[in-house]
Design a protein around this ligand. Sequence first.
Ligand code: ADP
Ligand code: MG
Length: 467
Amino acid sequence: MNTETHQFQAEVRQLLDIVINALYSDREIFVRELVSNASDALEKLRLKQLTDSNIYQPDKPLEITVTTDKENKTITIADTGIGMTEADLVENLGTIAHSGTKKFMEALKQKQEGGADLIGQFGVGFYSSFMVADRVEVFTHSYEPEAASLRWSSDGREGYSIETLAEPLDRGTRIVIRLKDEYEEFSQEYRVKELLRRYSNFVGFPLNFNGERVNTVQAIWSKSKSDVKPEEYDEFYQFIAHTDEKPLSYMHFSADAPIALNALLFIPRRNPEMFGFGRVDANVALYCKRVLIDAKPEGLLPEWLRFLNGVVDSEDLPLNISREMLQDNSLVRKISDIITKRFIKHLEKLAKDDQETYREFYAQFSRYLKEGVVTSWPNKESLGKLLRFESTATEPGETTSFEDYVTRMKEGQTAIYALTGPPVPIWKTARTWKPSRPAAMKWPSSRTTGTNSCWTPCPAWTESPSR
Ligand code: ADP
Ligand code: MG
């Protein structure tokens, strides 16, 4: 048995000093960081297995195990992944290797003092464990059969030791966090369970906590469409939307370029805003490689899409991106544009191929489309084409699109006349609703200039039913 002591790189010492002493409130993020490291390590092993047949303990299942010990005030995060050799430990846990931490240090240099507020913005990966720990121990055995069994240990101050163990360890990495008294909450089962459910529900490998499987629902958004059954979509929707109902429709797509993206969006059967519950927030969560970044990211989707439920996952996003950074992140804006365009396409397809469903959708959500026409300049043309109105040429209850309307226009017709007025909200018909006096309005249009002039924002579209 031999033990070697090492000094942390100067930058790491500086970082740890801030991490340990900072008055930072979101210390719980260390759990998410360590679980995602475990998941990365398993992913790396899975890739290795494809090309390398010489793997230590090849039959060991790929999984993550989290345990808490209230008596000893510890929390342990273990994986059966790629593991680390001594050189890996020195490189990965003794220097600042990864990009998020590097950015943190760069931002820190720009600042004169403090830096605690930066922790949340950049995340500090593995080192975040020292926010709650007196001592962190890393037991590890690399996937290489001849590698040593090692114990890395540090109090997060000057340096760390690496000990070669006589007893062979299983493949992978086990991180034992010895909690400071004031953070013993992280050795409490209820506290950690809640954290794992929140951040790690869809981690791609089995995640067990104190003997119980946590992530029972699969991250179907990252599967290929042909591998997901319709009932799996329904179940997934019911899970994320907390409902017994099935979705009205869903859109599942993935892209590799320009951004690696998986998205799964559901249209509910009912518009909650229609029942007077007030404005809803989109329930579309943002993930990076199946680990939650933000359950309700602002600016991920345009306002008019706030009726959607679902998940967007991009591995191009840094895991530890903060709320503030999300809002003015150009990547997020690009993701938003891509998804919005794809969703409009989805609606176009629905309107064409499944008119019954489109009609149901329209009855519930048409006002969001109209909101989109007037608020979303780049999409107003395509959204305008999705609008439907009753007309003198349709039967009561039937509707027409502008496209159809134009085909019926008489030679020389230069205007569409529209009668505006709020639709009668069903729940108000009985008692309180009084129609405002309908107003006839001239709606300029012409065959020769195409339909462009129709898309001018016009009171008929902006007027919302009185609630
Ligand atoms: P990042 O995950 O962004 O690379 P971290 O600070 O979280 O940065 O981790 C630093 C490095 O330590 C990782 O890149 C990885 O090489 C190594 N590491 C951390 N946890 C594990 C683990 N459970 N198994 C194997 N390697 C790990
Ligand atoms: Mg990490």
